[in-house]
Design a protein around this ligand. Sequence first.
Ligand code: SF4
Ligand code: SF4
Length: 149
Amino acid sequence: MSDVSAQLPFWEAKTLEEMTQQEWESLCDGCGLCCLNKLQDEETDEIVYTRVICAYSDIATGRCSDYANRSTNVPSCVQLTKERVAEFDWLPDSCAYRLIYRRQPLPDWHPLVSGQVDSVKQAKQGIHAIRVVVDNGRLDYEDFLIDNP
Ligand code: SF4
Ligand code: SF4
């Protein structure tokens, strides 16, 4: 009898905890949505998204332009870890980490599925579906609220 899991791609065969660091990193599709600034309601703790994006985001690729130094550049930049995926329910529904956490399939436009590095952009997903404004430190985020992605 053959081992079915051996025929599956790693993101279907493994849990997040079982993935190697390289596999974990490759799960990020570069949608860029987590780099949009968010506001939190002081009373309800509800998080709402804005279309203002971090100045360090490369909006052509959706990737961080200085990933290695992101915590230094932007102290509020939150690092997603395997231990914290469960509590990061503010991430967009389409975020690959949240999809795998919920045991849902990756979309066709995910680079791991499509085999194309720019398939998020080609499919007009993530920040490519939003009229983003680059943060310049002087914007009133309240003016740029959007429905949560
Ligand atoms: S929302 Fe998830 S998949 Fe998209 S860029 Fe952020 S971590 Fe990567
Ligand atoms: S520092 Fe990089 S990873 Fe962090 S929010 Fe800004 S663009 Fe995104």
